[in-house]
Design a protein around this ligand. Sequence first.
Ligand code: ADP
Ligand code: ZN
Length: 221
Amino acid sequence: MTERKGKNLILLGAPGSGKGTQAAKLTGLLGIPSVSTGDIFRENIARGTALGKEAKAYMDRGELVPDAIVIAIALERIDEADCREGFLLDGFPRTTEQADALERHLTAAGRAIDRVFLMDVPTEELVRRISGRRVCKDCGASYHVTNIPPAREGFCDLCGGALRKRGDDEEETVRNRIEVYNANTAPLVAYYDEKKLLSRINGMTTGPDVVFEEIRKALRA
Ligand code: ADP
Ligand code: ZN
């Protein structure tokens, strides 16, 4: 199937644009791992590592973790064996410096990014979505109080774990994260468009399944 050609993929989009939800669907379809720098940091915070402590200070303020730290973590992760047949980057790169570092690293290994999906969602909708977001404390699955409610309120459909609000999902922090996205990450849209890698995905359709259909179409194109 043509969906199997190049599988080094990037999901680009503001906080709350639905990257995590689509990442889970895509990795299921393609059998590739999703690499989320945000998840890596949250795991490190949960385990109390030095990296976690350093990242937490930035994350709590809705700021970006410094490039040097993120780049080292992300590149090391995509060099692991399970990423050899492809990977889906969710939340990386987030700055032009990160994108340049990624490109240099892949080129040196004879690899390349095959496609970048931009999740297109207006700002007001982002704030609404994030304030209703709940994540499973055990498996990380993502829900929304009204858009994607779990079968049993407060508990994960997949593993039964308790659902909770992410520490950086409070409205003040959310607004700051969106500003940081517009200032630092939005320039990557033009960056990947110029490389003819960008597919714009309408993230404002009736639901996650419809969004996913658009991504599948873009994959086949
Ligand atoms: P969201 O996309 O909803 O903001 P993430 O889980 O991707 O959530 O990121 C949460 C936080 O982790 C960010 O606000 C930032 O502090 C940090 N972070 C994650 N990825 C990166 C990155 N590539 N560069 C810098 N900081 C990052
Ligand atoms: Zn769960």
